[in-house]
Write a protein that binds this ligand. Structure first.
Ligand SMILES: Nc1ncnc2c1ncn2[C@@H]1O[C@H](COP(=O)(O)OP(=O)(O)OP(=O)(O)O)[C@@H](O)[C@H]1O
Length: 312
């Protein structure tokens, strides 16, 4: 919307309603950062349960973490979530859902910022420069909107040490140079730890236990230690882990054949087509599964479902 259109709309709406403030009306047309912005926890719950397949742990932890954080008027630190798992298991997908539930425009919002390691921080020799830029960028954006959300994708491709530049913002300080970071949310996405998660999932499967039996305590400690000791995790020997500044390590389990089928059905519905079970089976069978003998988990998760569906 251009300012003139918004201005006219605001004036008209204010005249009509008579009781809405200029800001109320303005924010219906343009995006505003609401200081006391609420989270509709039941809407988020419903959306995660309906749209995110096979990730009972991620659903549970994300709901708990986000509702707890948003219901707290005075959080003592920014919320930091670290999402781990194999490719195509739903990490980016979930970030998009979370972003939309926090800011109406989701990833397109002025208050949601996505960093992709290989795109924004490609050169190892410029780590110091990136650290400066990152600090300035975060400071500027949190000053403009305390509820800003920062998503770091491909953490496993981030140069070691770079992320430690944001450590002060995740810590328990009330303010730094007049800015409080306590209402901001930081989300890290990473393939690191995917092997550890798969190993645990396989152990459960081989022991004849259901996937839903896997609990956070079976994975969270393994993940934090594994990621800390993994040179290619973006969090190798990171002060963020050392100082316990990451609130939740959230595991994404590898997806099974039945989940891939669910993704195909969801994609068909999203395209407005009727669900054709023959095509669902064909697309799912084109995917490859591991380990070699048991063939339980899709090695690309649901990642190529959309392009494969284009063939039919
Ligand atoms: N668990 C899931 N439930 C529903 N859809 C899923 C799930 N996982 C993946 N998808 C679908 O597959 C697409 C690709 O997944 P997504 O980009 O979230 O994977 P990722 O875990 O972020 O992978 P990578 O680590 O390679 O970035 C999503 O846009 C979504 O349509």
């Amino acid at each position: 919307f251009d300012p003139i259109t918004v201005g006219i709309a605001v004036a008209a709406a204010s005249a009509l309603t008579g009781y809405l403030s200029y800001k109320d009306v303005f924010c219906r047309f343009a995006e505003c950062c609401h200081k006391e912005q609420q989270l509709n926890a039941s809407a988020l719950k419903l959306e995660l349960e309906e749209r995110l397949f096979g990730q009972h742990l991620a659903t549970e932890v994300l709901l708990k973490a986000l509702t707890g954080f948003k219901n707290n008027e005075n959080p003592k630190k920014a919320l930091t979530l670290s999402l781990h798992g194999w490719a195509g298991t739903g990490k980016n997908f979930v970030s998009q859902i979370v972003a939309e539930n926090l800011h109406r425009k989701g990833l397109k919002s002025n208050f949601v910022h996505l960093f992709v390691s290989t795109l924004h921080f490609p050169h190892e020799q410029h780590v110091k420069l990136y650290q400066d830029q990152l600090q300035r960028w975060i400071r500027g954006n949190v000053s403009a909107c305390a509820n800003s959300v920062f998503i770091f994708d491909e953490m496993d491709k981030l140069h070691p040490g770079l992320i430690d530049a944001i450590k002060p913002f995740l810590d328990y300080y009330e303010q730094i140079d007049g800015v409080s970071y306590r209402k901001a949310i930081f989300i890290f996405l990473s393939n690191a730890g995917g092997d550890l998660i798969t190993r645990t999932a396989l152990d459960f499967w081989r022991a004849g236990r259901t996937r839903e039996d896997i609990q956070l305590k079976d994975l969270e400690p393994v993940l934090s230690v594994g990621v800390f000791n993994n040179k290619h995790s973006g969090l190798w020997h990171s002060g963020l882990i050392e100082k316990n500044l990451i609130d939740y390590f959230i595991p994404f389990l590898p997806l099974e054949y039945r989940h891939v089928k669910m993704c195909v059905r969801a994609e068909m519905k999203a395209r407005g087509s009727a669900v054709d079970e023959d095509i669902v089976t064909k697309v799912a069978e084109e995917m490859t599964f591991f380990p070699k003998d048991e063939k339980i988990y899709s090695d690309k998760g649901c990642k190529t479902v959309q392009s494969r569906l284009d063939f039919y």
